[in-house]
Design a protein. Sequence first.
Length: 318
Amino acid sequence: MALRALVTGGAGFIGSHVADALIAAGYGVTVLDDFSSGKRENVPAAAEVAELDVRDADAAALVRDGGFDVVCHLAAQIDVRKSVTDPVADASRNVLGALNLLEAVRAAPSRPRFVFSSTGGAVYGDQEPPPSAESQAKDPESPYGIAKLAVEYYLSYYGRVHGIEAVALRYANVYGPRQDPRGEAGVVAIFCRRLLEREPLVVFGDGLQTRDYVYVGDVARANVLAARAALPAARRLDDRAYNIGTGVPTSVLGLAAAMQRAAGVNGAITHAPARQGEQLRSFVDVRKAGSGLGWAPEVSLDVGVRLTLDWFRRAQDG
């Protein structure tokens, strides 16, 4: 009998790639999405679809009664700036939504594993110099990071007290095909659109802030591995948490240069005011994911931005 997976947010950028990877690995996949930001064309043809909000009773019933082996939870409010302007709405979706599903997992006869998409930048903050290891002190700079960290504490609790197998994947800055250039979170997608339309690249602040840019295909592969890997005992917060990134810091100006090389252009760069709540330095130590999940990044930044730019070019032409 085929393994079954539920991917929340599976019509979104990262979630749709996770759904693709699980199908390729032999899972029967159901995508749960409210389509507030996800796109129907992102959903794999082989996946079943449940149009639900993760906070709803019907979503909990699906998790409880669906006979799933794993729930990959990617549905979220992902915009740091929106979390700053409306932290209540951010917590409603990102904390209460996750709790609704965790309670359903606890009640489910199949006891599915819960793979949570956390953040490898926003949970650590700027207090200690990167690269950030999983055991590093955590002091988020935004409500978004606070909400993600709160859910991780719940995962640790549910693991210790209720025996739930829960994994937190702390993503660095994910980029790749299907990312929405109209949002605020995806600088690579935004730069792709501007390069293809011959517009200046807009950099917030001085552009020297660093990020760890990880290709979405590598992130999707991490989810598949996390669905199957042997897990350590659930004792403390970080025991079942894994950074998913490259371990390589890249400034925003450095990213702009790499993308200009990939596009074969040398366009203008303009600067805008720095954004509230934005970290100055962020990249992660990924060695634990290697030893614990058998995962390592495979796609370099130069290759990844070229693949991404090619996808955006095809989408524009099509």
